[in-house]
Design a protein around this ligand. Structure first.
Ligand code: C2E
Ligand code: MG
Ligand code: MG
Length: 307
């Protein structure tokens, strides 16, 4: 709804503002209505600016990847890294701009750049004598709905010098559940190629646990929100314990993200969680700090993991 004359003094302005309100109603899940407001118009403008800046950033190659180590919980060894997108010149968190990138479709060129860059990093691991390290890349469902994502991915793997199973794709639970039939099909295609698949932010997406068995998954990443209060909140402990038991029952590995304290580490070790990521071990690192981190890792390991 847009109301004359406040929301538009002429026909075309009034119609275009009514259009904005309609899209807002559609975004809110349809079967509803929305009334145009100044607030909505500001929101649309901010989004529009962000989209324009994202387009520029793509052409000017302003993005970079940071890398956060993943650690084997029992032995304390590095198993690989997760690639995390950064937009250094803007200092905006990826969660803030990735949403706009998804809605505008710009996530497709951005995601392609991320995967190409990840392929180069996997080659670096081999050159550095760490060919067993894996690299996780976050994926939006938009990337595999529509364009020939599988064909693109095959190209990345063919151009690299790493086995496909060193590349792991992370998809959030809520995105996977948007279209379970499509997701199951997509995961099967990835698994046929040998690529590893994990579910990110697990526990927040309201998935029916029964669906999990239809997806051939390598690991679940327990959402940070359950790790944060692990020590003080008995129900979080219960949830984490249950996720680990269920995943292991289905032969799926479990990674805890956002581990910040030794107490959290001790609890997760006790519960036989497989891997951890978090500031306790390291923040995400710029590319040039990755090799030095690997070389000095024994010091960190000695401080956190007793034999
Ligand atoms: P995510 O994949 O769940 O990544 C984990 C987030 O937690 C990262 O935030 C990381 O920096 C942060 N983190 C890691 N350890 C700790 C810790 O100990 N404590 C706390 N408080 N935080 C920790 P970041 O880098 O801001 O990324 C946010 C989200 O943006 C990611 O969540 C992921 O969903 C998305 N994202 C990042 N890069 C990409 C990308 O290349 N493509 C897509 N589609 N999404 C991406
Ligand atoms: Mg992730
Ligand atoms: Mg996560």
């Amino acid at each position: 709804m847009a109301i004359y004359p406040d929301d538009g003094a002429d026909r075309s302005k009034l119609l275009s503002n009514a259009d904005l309100a309609m899209y807002e109603a559609k975004n809110a899940g349809r079967d509803t209505y929305h009334i145009f407001s100044g607030e909505l118009s500001r929101k649309v403008r901010v989004r529009h600016d962000m989209e324009k800046n994202l387009r520029l950033a793509i052409s000017k190659e302003e993005f970079s990847l940071y890398y956060q180590p993943k650690i084997n919980m029992r032995r304390g060894e590095i198993t690989g890294f997760e690639a995390l997108l950064r937009w250094p010149s803007r200092n905006i968190s990826p969660s803030a701009f990735i949403e706009v990138a998804e809605e505008s479709g710009l996530i497709i060129p951005i995601g392609e750049w991320v995967l190409e860059t990840a392929g180069v990093m996997l080659d670096n691991f081999s050159r550095w004598g760490h060919g067993a390290f894996s690299l996780s890349v976050n994926l939006s469902v938009r990337q595999f709905w529509g364009v020939d994502f599988i064909g693109f991915l095959k190209g990345v793997i063919a151009r690299g010098h790493f086995p496909a199973n060193r590349l792991e794709l992370e998809i959030t639970e809520s995105q996977l559940m948007r279209d379970t039939v499509r997701s199951a099909h997509f995961i099967r295609e990835l698994k046929t190629m040998g690529v590893a698949v994990s579910v990110d932010d697990f526990g927040t997406g309201y998935s029916s646990l029964a669906y999990l068995k239809n997806f051939d998954l390598d690991s679940l990443k327990v959402d940070q929100s359950f790790i944060r209060d692990l020590i003080h909140d008995p129900s979080d402990r219960l949830i984490v314990r249950a996720i680990i038991a269920m995943a292991h029952g289905m032969r799926i590995g479990v990674i805890a993200e956002g581990v910040e304290t030794l107490e959290q580490l001790a609890f997760l070790q006790h519960e036989h969680c497989d891997e951890l990521q978090g500031f306790l071990v390291s923040r995400p690192l710029p590319e040039e700090d990755v090799l030095p981190f690997i070389k000095n890792y024994n010091l960190v390991k000695g401080a956190l993991f007793s034999d």
